[in-house]
Design a protein around this ligand. Structure first.
Ligand code: GRF
Length: 205
C-alpha cells in the first residue's frame, strides 16, 4: 500500500511542488500525493496539481465556522485514504478536532527557526528583529499556532543587504529540501517522540 499524502494549500504551492518532485524523483519511496485541497479557488498551487495530474479540490472556507469547514476537509481526506497531511502554505488554523483526526500525522512548514517568529510574515519579522541567522522549520501540528514537535530545521544566514524578498527566496530553497526530509522520516516510522523531542532512530540492519 502506498503512503497516501494529502496536501493543504492556499497559494503558490511551491512546497507542494517540491514534495511532488521528490516523489517523482524517487526520493520518497512508496509515497503518493492522493489529494490536494485548497481553500481558495484562485490558488496557483491548483494549476501545479493539474499539470501533474494530481487530484485537487477546492473547498472554500469563506463564511464557514472553523469546525464546519474542517469537517468537510477531513471527510475528503479520509475518502481519499490519506494517512499523512502536509500543510503547505495553508492559511488557516486547524481546529483541535482536525488535529485529533490525524494524530501526529499533520506536518507544517514555517519560514523561521521556531520558536522564533511564529505567525505571519516570519521572514520580515526576522529581518526587523535583526537576527543574523534565520531559516525554516518542519514540525508536527498541534492545537497551537506554529507549535508542535520539531522534525527538521535548516539555518539560513541573514545578509546585511537582505530584503524581505531575498531572504525569503533563500529560506524557500531550504524549505523545499527539508520538507522532503521530514516526510521521509515520518513515513519511515524510524523515530520516537519524547516530550517535544523527535528522535530519529538508527536504521535497523
Ligand atoms: C512558505 O514560506 C511556508 O513556509 C509558509 O507559507 C509559504 C508557502 O509557500 N507556511 P508555497 O505556497 O509552498 O510556495
Amino acid at each position: 500500500m502506498p503512503h497516501r499524502i494529502g496536501v493543504l494549500l492556499s497559494g503558490r504551492g511551491s512546497n507542494f511542488v517540491a514534495l511532488a518532485d521528490s516523489i517523482a524523483a524517487g526520493r520518497l519511496p512508496g509515497a503518493q500525493i492522493a489529494l490536494v485541497i485548497s481553500n481558495r479557488e484562485d490558488a496557483p498551487g491548483l494549476v501545479r496539481a493539474a499539470e501533474r495530474q494530481i487530484p485537487a479540490q477546492v473547498i472554500p472556507s469563506k463564511g464557514l465556522q472553523r469546525e464546519a469547514y474542517d469537517n468537510l476537509v477531513i471527510a475528503e481526506l479520509k475518502r481519499a485514504g490519506v494517512e499523512l497531511v502536509c500543510l503547505a502554505g495553508f492559511m488557516r488554523l486547524l481546529s483541535p478536532y482536525f488535529v485529533a483526526s490525524f494524530p501526529q500525522r499533520i506536518l507544517n512548514i514555517h519560514p523561521s527557526l521556531l520558536p522564533s517568529f511564529p505567525g505571519l510574515e516570519a521572514q520580515r519579522q526576522a529581518l526587523e528583529y535583526g537576527v543574523k541567522f534565520s531559516g525554516c522549520t518542519v514540525h508536527l501540528v498541534d492545537e497551537n499556532l506554529d507549535a508542535g514537535p520539531i522534525l527538521a530545521q535548516s539555518i539560513v544566514p541573514v545578509r546585511d543587504d537582505d530584503t524581505d524578498e531575498s531572504l525569503s527566496a533563500r529560506i524557500l530553497a531550504e524549505e523545499h529540501r527539508i520538507y522532503t526530509d521530514a516526510v521521509r522520516l515520518i513515513l519511515s516510522g524510524n523515530y520516537r517522540i519524547e516530550g517535544r523531542r523527535v528522535i530519529a532512530l538508527q536504521n535497523q540492519p
